[in-house]
Design a protein around this ligand. Structure first.
Ligand code: SF4
Length: 361
């Protein structure tokens, strides 16, 4: 695929836009107009930016493009969850998901093509890392989904829980959050954004110093180092103890809590002893636990525990004063559920399919 060599203007924060206009010998205040057209109204064609002069529009069009992921396919689940397959400028594919009424409307967006973390229960991890997304591509998913769903003027939440580990692509993710939060664009307050991480510790420490702080969710998934080493390989580098100590130091605001995501795997991490250990591990952290009974999928060597086991686990936490919820899985019929995002192109790379593609018809 040929890629457009013009710079991506949707990748710029407002002050960068103003500096760019300065450099072009144009008035800086056009930066605010441009930012609004792109990020608030979802316009991608300079010709439609009618309050900019014709000269400026044609100068911009020769040097810049409004980089925007293209919707290749949209699948709507029976529960209203909608999965979007999006194509990027270089032809790479990513997935983003709209989840209605949870209790607010939520967009689940990706931060990388694939993921390097290789968690044992996750289909995206099977892809490996292909590349990081740019800030424009991360924020662009929100713009595209909001426009497609007629929600540019609506309130919604964002979770960085799609493909990729957000803290493994730190600078682009933080820049995207600043673009999304800008009052001249979608103005999404950081408290409506949740960043989910397996715990890339140096980046987590850096996040603790950011002026713009999203809600934090930790993908914990285990209660012993051995268990977590097997399920979440980065644990071999940054273990549970270190991770939880970093959480204790994390500057969460009053009344806020850190969410601990815990995927429940039958016979692996779902025993009463695990539940009691989890309570002890979270001691001293303002925490809430989100239990995620596994979304089973071909190629994932784990099973989902039955409801009675999940409820028993939740009861042990609740009885010991831990706030706990059990996530009702959304969009399972379209593989939009947590840990199930994997693009068709990657699915097609299974050896059998590659072989099939080489066979004469
Ligand atoms: S669970 Fe998250 S961090 Fe782990 S492999 Fe999947 S996408 Fe990556």
């Amino acid at each position: 695929m040929l890629s457009d060599r013009r710079h991506d203007i949707a990748e710029m924060e407002l002050d960068e836009l103003e500096q760019t206009l300065d450099a072009l010998g144009k008035a800086r205040f056009h930066g605010r107009q441009l930012f609004q057209w792109i990020h608030k109204r979802g316009i991608v064609d300079f010709d439609e930016m009618t309050d900019l002069g014709r000269d400026l529009r044609s100068t911009l069009a020769t040097q810049f493009q409004v980089g925007t992921p293209i919707v290749v396919r949209k699948e709507r689940s029976s529960d209203g969850t909608t999965k979007f397959l999006l194509r990027l400028e270089d032809g790479q594919l990513i997935e983003s998901v709209f989840i209605p009424d949870t209790p607010s409307n939520t967009f689940c967006i990706s931060s990388q093509v694939g993921c390097a973390m290789n968690c044992g229960f996750c289909l995206t991890g099977r892809m490996g890392i292909v590349r990081n997304l740019t800030a424009g591509e991360i924020a662009g998913q929100v713009r595209v989904l909001a426009r497609e769903l007629g929600m540019l003027q609506s309130r919604f939440n964002i979770v960085l829980m799609g493909m990729g580990e957000p803290l493994h692509n730190y600078d682009a993710v933080m820049k995207a959050l600043r673009i999304l939060a800008d009052e001249h664009g979608l103005a999404i307050h950081p408290r409506r954004i949740t960043l989910s991480t397996v715990g890339v510790l140096p980046a987590l420490e850096r996040l603790a110093t950011e002026p713009l702080m999203p809600n934090l969710a930790i993908s914990l998934h285990a209660t012993t180092e051995e268990q977590r080493n097997a399920l979440v390989p980065i644990n071999r580098k940054y273990g549970i103890r270190e991770l939880l100590d970093a959480c204790r130091r994390f500057p969460i605001q009053r009344r806020d809590r850190i969410t601990f995501e815990y995927v429940m795997l039958k016979g692996v991490n779902d025993t009463d002893e695990d539940a009691r250990r989890l309570v002890r591990l979270l001691h001293g952290i303002r925490a809430k636990v989100n239990l995620l009974p596994l979304n089973e999928a071909a190629g994932i060597p784990y099973e989902r525990p039955d409801d009675a086991r999940v409820n028993r686990f939740a009861k042990i936490l609740a009885e010991r004063g831990v706030t706990v919820s059990v996530r009702k899985s959304r969009g399972r019929d379209i593989r939009a559920a947590c840990g199930q995002l994997i693009t068709e192109s990657a699915r097609q790379k299974t050896p059998g399919q590659i072989l099939a593609g080489l066979m004469p018809a």
